[in-house]
Design a protein around this ligand. Sequence first.
Ligand SMILES: Cc1cc2nc3c(=O)[nH]c(=O)nc-3n(C[C@H](O)[C@H](O)[C@H](O)COP(=O)(O)OP(=O)(O)OC[C@H]3O[C@@H](n4cnc5c(N)ncnc54)[C@H](O)[C@@H]3O)c2cc1C
Length: 428
Amino acid sequence: MTDIKIIGAGLAGCEAAYQLAKRGFHVSLYEMRPNLMTPAHKTGQPAEIVCSNSLGSENKDGRISAAGILKEELTMLDSLILSCAVQARVPAGGALAVDRDKFSALVSERITHHPNITLIREEFTEIPDSPAIIATGPLTSDALAENIKALAGERIHFYDAVAPVITRSSIDMEKVFISGRYGRGDDYINCPLNREEYSAFYEALVHAERNIPHDFEKGKYFEGCMPVEAIADRGTDTLRFGPMKPRGLVDPRTGHEPYAAVQLRQDNSEGTLYNLVGFQTGLKWGEQKRVFSMIPGLEHAEFVRLGVMHRNTSVNAPIVLDEWLRLKGRENVFLAGQITGVEGYMESTAMGVVAGMNALRENLPAWPRDTAIGSLLHYLKTAEPKHFQPMNINLGLFPEVNLRGKKERAQFHRNRAINAMKEFLDTL
Ligand SMILES: Cc1cc2nc3c(=O)[nH]c(=O)nc-3n(C[C@H](O)[C@H](O)[C@H](O)COP(=O)(O)OP(=O)(O)OC[C@H]3O[C@@H](n4cnc5c(N)ncnc54)[C@H](O)[C@@H]3O)c2cc1C
């Protein structure tokens, strides 16, 4: 049986292992945790979700998004990660959110019980000579990162942050209200702030002590995961147009939208834990407790996880990778996951599917450009190397279409993508 090494049992590594194993190949899957931990992971479980428990929106109730299209494609490709996420789902309105422990336990079970996968608990420090997939993620261990850098040139790095999690029992339910945005469902707990409360909170936030100073490596944050204090630095009202946006959140006690609001999303199946949506932060831990306890309803919040901020590594994809995610000059080595230059749980998973389906194939398939996955691959191949930035899936990456309405355009992209994926799967 042909053997392949996969380094990193995260989202992309587990997905790639599954895609290869189900096609009859034998996979040796290397994971350094729990022997060597990353600064963000907390367990030794494969496929641990490090921050938000949301995997982004789904296409339902007539709403279509790029993230939803990507999920539809991943379903067609029999994604292990997506199917486990669906099984570990917790309520989150139009988004797919998971109980993180249940999710990684499900993935772990599928990986460790697969007869074609051997999980080896070991750090891998070299780029292998034999067929391999490197899926070591944004927190790749230093030794391996140095070797990738030696081969692939300068690394791209930026900062990602994690949001705190609190217990539901510590929330003062008298001060909050339960509702989805625009009255859609009742999956969120909302903490309303009036103008005075917002001002006091804002002042405390911008002046709180940080682990990373205000002017440190300016512009090195990922825009989609900016720390809440860095958003606040941009102006008094930026939070009210970002994570504290009150639009569509009508407080049933007043009949009005509050001046600002913080949303709390369920974090585990039992509903005992909630995370502060969009509140990823690099504030010092004591400061997080002090400042976030100023949010109405959270005065006595019990924090079971506090926010942290981490350096996040990827390669300069347009220079380093070919269109099949192979390292140029080392064509038996593929990259997968966030390290390729995509950003996000589902995007990383998608790059795990691609690497898994490409590796060990005699004829490398041409991934269809009209799909979400093809659009991500196209971005990695054609982005301007000088200004290369990790990328989330979005409709702007899809091939252009000349339609006026936003809804019609999204629907068109979706139908075209699904048809293209069907055709692609038929040809394989
Ligand atoms: C702090 C932080 C917060 C993030 N928050 C979000 C978020 O809220 N939402 C979102 O969509 N995305 C988020 N991301 C981005 C990204 O989606 C996740 O990091 C995602 O898990 C990436 O998947 P992956 O498979 O590429 O890497 P990972 O899931 O990190 O998996 C990589 C695995 O490789 C292992 N490993 C590393 N080096 C070695 C080695 N040398 N040998 C063996 N094993 C090794 C690691 O232990 C890990 O298990 C965040 C990233 C970071 C760093």
